[in-house]
Design a protein around this ligand. Structure first.
Ligand SMILES: *Cc1c(COP(=O)(O)O)cnc(C)c1O
Length: 379
């Protein structure tokens, strides 16, 4: 037997409280038993999103929330500004193209974050832009984009909304939907929210609902106006993923007991300790600026394949972290700090990295990174 540790940027470990709650017998989604369950999830999500707006609960992975945010607020031919700084920025481009939006991209080298003034310049140059699409945390590069600054720009334009993929950022980063003026904020269940995959969440501002009125793209399963009507009745339009929503209430309860600021601080501490430990081992960050608190992206040493580090962690020590995606494949490996994670997840990951690197012939002094993480995480 090998004990397994899940330290990937999704899916993430699920706390036992949620696992047990999800093991209860299935209740019927149209029966009265379910109404308070959905009501509680709805209110908990508004707390997490720091919003008075509706937060839709969609039965799909996070990408479904992204697709729905393109086909519900826009029409074919609409101009879209996509901030493409990695694999998930690339996904925005692909989805917008699939729905025939007309795209302007701000392409950013992997490892770097967008300059808000570039967003402002693009909007000034082309006032017909109706949507700005960005990631909060670009999971493929470990970069956090300055959502607060971008929101403060987009909110000045009446004919444009800001659509933020916060699937890996939610719970790890403070995202003040109402205060900052984020129009569409997308989350997923299997990352910071500590649930199995299968739910997407979409917070929608009043400004964005006006865009929905004008949208001519085809809709059936992802029909946000219908979901909004269902949500008002504590329902979802189709069969509700009842077990996941019951688990969601448990996770929201755990987060409420911790407090939102404490959850952000916990992620920030683990991410900081990881970055410092990595430097002490003698490795370089792949992320060149504005590192995310969700996941740390580390460059593999010269002549060592990043995929091999990732593979050895899993095969030799039972630690599932992540390799690289797209153009970073082979060059990096990634360690997540997301969700149900604490001090000894980070120390386990660092210890594992040291052991794997030493096993691959890289000159690492065992304990060099671990001791740095220990110092930083001591209470
Ligand atoms: C995980 C992730 C997604 C969504 O992935 P799914 O597999 O559809 O859940 C989207 N964007 C980012 C930034 C992610 O980290």
């Amino acid at each position: 037997m090998m004990k397994r540790y899940l330290l990937a940027p999704g899916p993430t470990p699920v706390p036992p409280e949620a696992l047990l709650a999800m093991a209860m017998p299935i209740i019927h989604h149209r029966a009265p038993d379910f109404l308070p369950v959905l009501d509680s999830a709805k209110k908990g999500l508004q707390w997490l999103y720091q919003t008075k707006n509706d937060v839709l609960i969609i039965c799909s992975t996070g990408t479904g929330g992204m697709v729905g945010s393109v086909n519900n607020f826009f029409s074919p031919g609409d101009r879209a500004l996509v901030i493409n700084a990695g694999n998930f920025g690339e996904r925005w481009t692909k989805i917008c193209k699939a729905y025939n939006l007309s795209i302007e991209e701000i392409k950013i080298d992997w490892g770097f974050s967008v300059k808000p003034e570039d967003v402002e310049a693009a909007l000034k140059k082309d006032p017909s832009i109706k949507g700005v699409f960005v990631q909060a945390s670009e999971t493929s590069t470990g970069v956090y984009h300055d959502i607060r600054a971008i929101a403060s720009i987009v909110r000045k334009y009446d004919n444009a909304i800001l659509v933020v993929d916060a699937i890996s950022a939610l719970v790890a980063h403070d995202l003040k939907m109402d205060e900052w003026g984020i129009d569409v904020l997308i989350g997923g269940s299997q990352k910071g929210l500590m649930l199995p995959p299968g739910l997407a969440f979409v917070g929608v501002s009043e400004k964005a609902w006006k865009f929905a009125e004008a949208s001519k793209s085809p809709k059936f399963y992802f029909n946000f106006k219908k979901e909004r009507e269902s949500l008002a009745k504590n329902q979802t339009s189709f069969t509700s993923p009842v077990s996941l929503i019951i688990g969601l209430n448990e996770c929201l309860r755990l987060l409420q007991a911790e407090g939102l600021d404490n959850a952000f601080r916990r992620h920030a501490r683990l991410a900081h300790a990881t970055r410092e430990a990595i430097k002490a081992i003698g490795l370089d960050m792949f992320t060149k600026e504005s590192p995310s608190n969700s996941v740390t992206a580390i460059s593999a040493p010269k002549d060592i394949d990043g995929q091999e580090i990732y593979k050895n962690l899993r095969v030799k020590y039972g630690i599932t972290a992540a390799g690289g995606q797209g153009q970073a494949k082979g060059k990096i490996f990634r360690i997540a700090h997301l969700g149900y994670a604490g001090t000894f997840d980070t120390i386990t990951a660092i210890a594992g990295v040291e052991m794997v690197l030493k096993g691959m012939g890289y000159p690492v002094k065992l304990g060099a990174g671990v001791s740095v993480a220990q110092e930083l995480l001591m209470v």
